[in-house]
Design a protein around this ligand. Structure first.
Ligand code: FMN
Length: 153
């Protein structure tokens, strides 16, 4: 059982639906909560929480407005998240030339803050994946769960 804070960036609801679906699917196994309006203090509120980011891409490789404040605080104020484990679900569309770039920006900010990515990000291409929730569920089930069980988070 892990304590997981899911930090969501979403414009039209796809990433939010993915996060809520994972919450429903795994609430018997983990303590999960979804945060649509995270700020830096939320990253620090409980060191035992695993941070699972789930964000879409918008504009020209931009992060959604609801996760931008957190991103800006990460880059401007350097909250002390060194050593904290995280994972990232990056939802985009490969018909955009800036496919997945917003998620990469977020990953860079987390890595620059010395947070530790537990496993490679899941990149979901909504131009070919009809059911992003199911793709995320399979990744969670087969990869994230295994990685979490081997790590003391
Ligand atoms: C105006 C607009 C701009 C977008 N820009 C990008 C982009 O730069 N890179 C990318 O990978 N996907 C881009 N997308 C695709 C979205 O990330 C994708 O549709 C995603 O599923 C939306 O998730 P959301 O509903 O949680 O916001 C864009 C979509 C729209 C409508």
């Amino acid at each position: 059982m892990a304590k997981i804070q899911m930090i969501v960036g979403s414009v039209m609801g796809t990433a939010e639906r993915v996060a809520n679906y994972l919450c429903e699917q795994y609430s018997a196994h983990h303590s999960l909560n979804v945060n649509m309006h995270a700020n830096a203090a939320d990253l620090l509120r409980d060191e035992s929480e695993f941070l699972l980011f789930c964000t879409s891409n918008t504009g020209h490789g931009d992060l959604p407005d609801n996760i931008l404040p957190l991103f800006q605080q990460l880059t401007d104020n350097s909250p002390d998240i060194a050593g904290r484990h995280y994972a990232l679900i990056n939802i985009g569309d490969s018909s955009y030339p800036t496919f997945g770039e917003a998620g990469l920006l977020l990953k860079k900010a987390l890595d620059d803050a010395d947070a530790l990515e537990l496993m490679p990000s899941l990149l979901i291409d909504t131009s070919i994946e009809r059911y992003p929730q199911k793709t995320a569920r399979d990744w969670f089930q087969n990869q994230l769960n295994t990685a979490l069980s081997k790590t003391s988070v």
